[in-house]
Design a protein around this ligand. Structure first.
Ligand SMILES: *[C@@H]1O[C@H](CO)[C@@H](O)[C@H](O)[C@H]1NC(C)=O
Ligand SMILES: [Ca+2]
Ligand SMILES: [Ca+2]
Length: 246
């Protein structure tokens, strides 16, 4: 068995990426075959969708707070993404109606991602075996609603692959890991990197904000610092090709 390493000495930002295979896509038109509810608890199901109350026939109800909870088993995580988003839009940075996604699974947790208007919830994954989503509408202005698709993954059982484009809900592909003995870690990101005039402005695979890429944020690193990703062992007599886009 041979290990294969990607080691980059600091000095610039680089991104690596490969082919995408996205089957579920966010759409501007309402997906069919799902009826929304306010509140939902799902245990022991492998995949499903949650949607706002009255979906798809009518706009969502005013003045509601709906909680959706998906519970997976030990060692499992839950991947999710939006299929449709049409909420009252953002006004002066405030979302009057919003979907809050809690990757920790706890709606009392402080860490959540808030979406409103037509903002896309890109594929991501929970930190543990529970996903919580909260939908809140205020007393005026309703819209078509939202649909979120979710599915359970068991990382320990996922087939290791060298072909990693970082677009999957689990950003670091099965069998890949961040080296811990080095100075810092690779970052997974969508869209333009935070530091100006450096780093990619979008993912090479998809050419837009949908795709995710890996890069090293060198702003807080020093000369000769390293950040390494470790791939699964390569057991093959064929040649392999490593491609960087930067
Ligand atoms: C329903 O939502 C749409 C936006 O998707 C909005 O234009 C329309 O005014 C809403 N209708 C009602 C009755 O709230
Ligand atoms: Ca509203
Ligand atoms: Ca590291």
């Amino acid at each position: 068995m041979r290990g294969f390493w990607i080691c980059i000495i600091i000095g610039c930002s680089m991104a690596i990426s490969a082919q995408a295979s996205q089957s579920l896509q966010h759409s501007e038109t309402k997906p069919t075959g799902i009826r929304g509810t306010c509140d939902k608890e799902v245990i022991g199901v492998l995949n499903g969708r949650i949607a706002s109350p009255n979906f798809p026939l009518y706009n969502y109800t005013l003045d509601v707070t709906c909680v959706y909870e998906i519970v997976a088993g030990p060692g499992q995580v839950i991947a999710y993404q939006s299929l449709y988003m049409d909420l009252e839009g953002r006004v002066d940075d405030a979302c009057y109606d919003h979907v809050d996604v809690f990757p920790s699974g706890s709606i009392t947790g402080e860490s959540f991602d808030r979406y409103c208007g037509r903002e896309v919830i890109y594929p991501d994954v929970t930190t543990g075996s529970k996903l919580a989503v909260m939908f809140v509408s205020d007393g005026s202005v309703s819209a078509g609603g939202f649909v979120i698709s979710w599915w359970i993954l068991t990382p320990g059982n996922m087939r290791h692959s060298l072909n990693c484009n970082f677009d999957d809900p689990i950003p670091l592909c099965p069998g890949w890991s961040q080296l811990t003995g080095d100075h810092f870690d690779w970052t997974f990101f969508r869209g333009p990197t935070p530091s100006r005039n450096t780093g990619p402005t979008y993912d090479h695979t998809t050419g837009g904000p949908y795709g995710r890429y890996a890069y090293i944020e060198a702003s807080n690193a020093r000369n000769r610092n390293t950040a390494a990703l470790r791939t699964p062992a390569i057991i093959s007599d064929q040649p392999y090709c490593l491609r960087f886009w930067y």
